[in-house]
Design a protein around this ligand. Structure first.
Ligand SMILES: Cc1cc2nc3c(=O)[nH]c(=O)nc-3n(C[C@H](O)[C@H](O)[C@H](O)COP(=O)(O)OP(=O)(O)OC[C@H]3O[C@@H](n4cnc5c(N)ncnc54)[C@H](O)[C@@H]3O)c2cc1C
Length: 509
């Protein structure tokens, strides 16, 4: 540990807590940084308890700044000290120290979490998991054990080398585990289900600082597949992996101007979604963003049709869209590892950079497009993100993955609640932070846009994706509206985290 070289423990601090009675879970809130017990110096405690490879950084150091940086600068957690555990046991000790000292803590992984509830962590410990990285294939190539801080791209590449694949997030810079804990969408979900559907077992440090290995026999298992942020720090997960089936993938990128919006999304319903029967080898995404050199009057629509196992996307899927008169058509082909780059979310892509901007999203799940609502949506998005707006760099995302693998899993088997929805849509209102009034304006716009989509559906209840959530949604909108889901989550929360130590990311209760 770097600072240990200069700082040796002078006092024999009360080590009782490591071996003593369990903390009384019914008292003392973790976020009330009230009285600290005697000997509660975090640097001293970490020096005594952590492995020599762990790293600890205080405010004022370049590393503290580097490891505190987040992808979105809106309602960010306030960090008092950053710790990089090097072993699973380090995570145990950090949680125990935090509990003993009554200091809040939060796992930092790919740092793409942007929900505003994260801002409730005040003067806490950032547990940066980046040193817990690795993928070990086992069980005759049927499973891989992925360390809790491993990045998505590392998982993809290491499995690829071995001729294997599994479901991961599509964006190369998010962690493997962050998306998984909220369900987790990925290119291969049409075959195998969500990322969380691949879990076989996991090692998790619970709120009381105990390390457990859990699997389908644990009552917590259900919750970890969709509401996992609420229950512990996952130090590793063993997951199903599969033989690589196709090496070739193709994409057709069609760019449209806004006057085509209604016809375009009607065609998406008719030729791709097909009443929830989109073929397993087809994925359709689109983005809206300003590109004045193509259309100075409003955002362009970049429409992607991705197909697996071919070198040219089948014209049966592309022709109806070509017929609508796109500004440009760009076919491309390569391997599975190219797909993220084609849609702009590879490691060097703009969404992977930390630019200091605020990046709130306002997600909604829907079964299909309402072409009329899409037109209304476009009009508002265009006027609110024009060149003179502080939100001119915003992006609207429409994600239409294939769903067969997701729908094949019994919905009751996981906390993830929205398996019947075929589309995930979200405006990403990007802006330079400029105080509460700007934040308010962005929130108003994001919510208004989402409301257009919601009103255009025939639903009274809104379904949202917890991993894209803004933070103003209700637990029912994150974790399902069924009463039994809410009751089950609350009961588990009471059993495993009565004090709400894991309550900064979309708290379930
Ligand atoms: C550009 C971009 C692309 C995205 N692409 C996808 C995608 O393809 N599929 C998808 O499903 N989602 C995607 N997301 C959403 C993504 O799932 C969330 O942003 C997620 O929170 C990112 O996790 P992270 O580890 O990168 O971020 P972090 O901010 O580090 O983590 C978010 C939260 O997850 C929890 N957490 C993370 N790791 C652990 C752990 N090991 N144990 C316990 N808790 C942990 C913590 O509560 C933490 O606050 C994307 C987001 C962005 C910004």
């Amino acid at each position: 540990m770097r600072w240990l070289q200069t700082k040796l423990l002078a006092t024999a601090v009360a080590w009782a807590f490591a071996i003593a009675e369990p903390v009384d879970e019914t008292t003392a809130s973790p976020v009330e940084a009230a009285t600290r017990p005697p000997g509660c110096s975090l640097p001293d405690l970490f020096a005594q308890r952590l492995s020599t490879q762990a790293e600890v950084y205080n405010p004022g150091s370049a590393q503290f700044d580097q490891f505190s940086e987040r992808w979105s600068n809106l309602e960010t957690p306030i960090v008092a000290i950053t710790v990089l555990p090097a072993t699973e046991n380090d995570v145990v000790e950090i949680v125990r120290v935090a509990n003993y000292c009554n200091i809040p803590f939060l796992a930092y992984n790919g740092v793409h979490g942007a929900i505003t509830t994260l801002g409730r962590m005040d003067s806490g410990i950032a547990i940066n998991l980046r040193k817990l990285s690795g993928v070990a294939i086992a069980n005759n190539g049927q499973t891989a054990t992925i360390a809790g801080g491993t990045n998505s791209k590392v998982v993809i590449d290491m499995l690829w080398e071995a001729g294997k694949q599994t479901v991961t997030g599509t964006c190369e810079c998010v962690s493997y585990m962050g998306p998984a804990l909220g369900g987790g969408h990925g290119w291969l979900q049409g075959h195998y289900g969500l990322i969380a559907d691949q879990f076989v077992s996991m090692n998790i440090v619970l709120a009381d600082g105990t390390l457990r290995t859990i699997n389908a026999n644990s009552d917590l298992w259900w919750a970890m597949k969709g509401a996992g942020h609420n229950f512990g720090i996952v130090t590793s997960a063993t997951v199903k992996i599969y033989p690589r089936v196709h090496t070739n993938w193709a994409i057709e990128t069609l760019m449209f101007t806004g006057d085509k919006v209604k016809a375009l999304y009607q065609a998406a319903n008719d030729y791709l979604l097909q009443n929830g029967t989109q073929p397993v080898d087809i994925i359709n995404w689109s983005y809206w963003f300003n590109l004045p050199q193509v259309d100075p009057n409003g955002p362009v629509i970049e429409f992607y049709i991705i197909q697996e196992g071919v070198s040219v996307v089948d014209p049966a899927y592309t022709e109806p869209f070509r017929a609508l008169g796109p500004v440009s058509v760009t076919p491309n082909n390569g391997t599975y590892r190219d797909v993220s780059r084609w849609v702009g979310i590879s490691l060097d892509g703009p969404p992977c950079q930390k630019t200091g901007k605020a990046n709130p999203r306002f997600p909604i799940y829907l079964p299909a497009y309402n072409a009329t609502a899409q037109q209304e949506l476009y009009a508002l998005f265009a006027s609110a993100t024009n060149a003179s707006s502080p939100f001119a760099n915003s992006l609207f995302m429409f994600e239409g993955y294939s769903m067969q693998g997701v729908e094949a899993v019994n919905s009751a088997s996981a906390a993830y609640a929205f398996r019947d929805d075929h589309l995930l849509m979200a405006p990403l209102i990007q802006y330079t932070p400029a105080g509460p009034a700007r934040d308010q304006e962005a929130a108003q716009l994001g919510n208004q846009l989402r409301q257009i989509l919601h009103s255009g559906s025939d639903r009274s209840q809104m379904h949202t994706y917890v991993n894209y959530a803004y933070g103003n949604e209700s637990p029912k909108e994150w974790y399902g509206h069924e009463q039994w889901r809410q009751a089950r989550l609350k009961a588990l929360k009471k059993k495993y985290d009565r004090q709400g130590r894991f309550s900064f990311y979309a708290p379930a209760a």
